[in-house]
Ligand binder design. Structure first.
Ligand code: FAD
Ligand code: GLY
Length: 379
């Protein structure tokens, strides 16, 4: 007979979202927690990401999703401090801020529009001339016509974040089960269950689906259940290596971004591709990213590409994440569809979902993102 493992909470998917939820539940007093992952936990989109916490650089309007992003960004200082205390891992939260460059008249118009709505909504944003932009970042292209500076957008080392969350799990008795694919999730009157490809069965009082791009592949988590359809959107990345740190800030253009890390490592991204589950880099993708990075700073043309990789962003057909209880289920929750912002949104997603699971607490954002797009648009 197939083996059955039982826990209080079962989390399907050990990316930044599943692992952050596991931590938040444990800190709020949950008992046994198991995280099951089809491959190595933390090695999919959460590992591929650039680690930008950039609500202001990435948003187009001051809607509910933007407020959600800003609120989660605010939580990061405490999140980083606590993780350091709990695990000894520094997630390298960097407060240098983000620049958004303009290279043509259309770019300038777009920056003006963004400046108007963000400053009008009371956010910190500065419109910089080309000269002021160069004072802040001397290695930016001389062709840049000016920029917006977002002092409150920041970045973390997302691979260190994954390491910290796994270390937390290890130190706090959270069970991590790698290389185990969940095929279906369902409920009986007394428990939720996950059936795995290898025949194993997991049973729990509460089940959370946090399976990123693969969510809709799981029987019992398809769009018919009320969880929106989740599709993979590939993003390719490269990293340059240099002897010293040339840039202080994350720097965007309308075509790409560069993210300076410690010790002269500079990430550059990314593509946005519908390539199904084909998670690989392509010559064309890497060359496009390199060209866009060189547009931001021509000196990058002289640096060696030290690493290239790709990941699958979990895009939600609802155009917002789904976070909350699955309709018509008693014990099954989901936190999926974080698309381009899952690193940014991990702390707040984990907080509101853990409060809902353990205390039944509703938050403003759960009401919006638990019911899909109609409510999010109305908010
Ligand atoms: P994942 O990290 O993909 O984790 C899902 C996990 O579920 C995986 O480990 C997978 O193995 C597991 N799983 C799937 N199916 C099953 C199953 N059937 N059974 C068991 N386990 C299963 N976000 C930002 O905030 N800032 C950024 O700068 C940023 N940059 C990005 C750049 C790129 C190139 C990419 C690709 C993404 C970027 N993102 C960024 C987005 C961010 O990476 C994602 O939103 C986030 O990682 C999603 O986390 P997740 O845990 O939902 O998904
Ligand atoms: N948020 C950056 C990306 O998804 O490429």
């Amino acid at each position: 007979m197939a083996e059955t493992q039982t826990s209080e909470v079962l989390i399907v998917g050990g990316g930044v979202i599943g692992l952050s939820i596991a931590r938040a539940l444990k800190k709020r007093g949950a008992g046994t927690i198991t995280v099951v992952d089809r491959s190595t936990p933390g090695r999919e989109a959460s590992y591929a990401a650039a680690g930008m916490l950039a609500p202001q650089a990435e948003a187009d309007s001051p809607d509910a999703f933007f407020r959600f992003c800003r609120e989660s960004n605010r939580m990061y200082s405490r999140f980083a401090e606590e993780l350091l205390d709990e695990t000894g891992v520094d997630i390298e939260l960097d407060d240098e801020g983000t620049l958004f460059l303009a290279f043509g008249e259309d770019d300038l118009l777009e920056l003006s529009r963004r400046y108007e709505w963000q400053s009008g909504a009371g956010m910190r944003v500065e419109h910089l001339t080309a000269a002021d932009t160069h004072k802040l970042e001397p290695f930016v292209s001389p062709d840049s016509l000016g920029s917006l500076f977002f002092p409150d957008d920041r970045q973390v080392e997302n691979r260190a974040l994954i390491k910290a969350l796994l270390e937390f799990a290890c130190r706090n008795g959270i069970g991590i089960v790698p290389d185990t694919e969940v095929r279906s999730v369902s409920e009986t009157d007394v428990a939720a269950e996950a059936q795995c490809a290898d025949g194993r069965r997991f049973e729990a009082g509460t089940l959370v689906v946090a399976a990123g791009s693969w969510t809709s592949e799981i029987e019992g988590a398809e769009p018919e259940t009320g969880i929106p359809e989740i599709r993979p959107v590939r993003g390719q990345m490269i990293a340059f290596e240099s002897a010293k740190r040339f840039f202080r800030k994350v720097i965007y253009s309308h075509r790409g971004y560069i993210v300076p890390r410690k010790f002269g490592r500079i990430l550059a991204g990314s593509t946005t591709e519908d390539a199904g589950f084909e998670d690989r880099t392509t010559e064309e993708g890497i060359e496009t990213i390199r060209e866009n990075a060189v547009e931001i700073s021509p000196g990058l043309a002289n640096l060696k590409i030290a690493e290239k990789w790709s990941g699958l962003r979990p895009y939600s057909a609802a155009e917002h994440p789904f976070i909350g209880k699955v309709p018509e289920r008693e014990r099954t929750f989901a936190a999926v569809g974080h698309y381009r912002n899952g690193i940014l949104l991990a702390p707040l997603t984990a907080e509101i979902l853990s409060m809902k699971i353990l205390d039944g607490a509703e938050s403003e954002f759960l009401k919006i993102f638990g019911d899909g797009p109609a409510k999010a648009e109305a908010a």
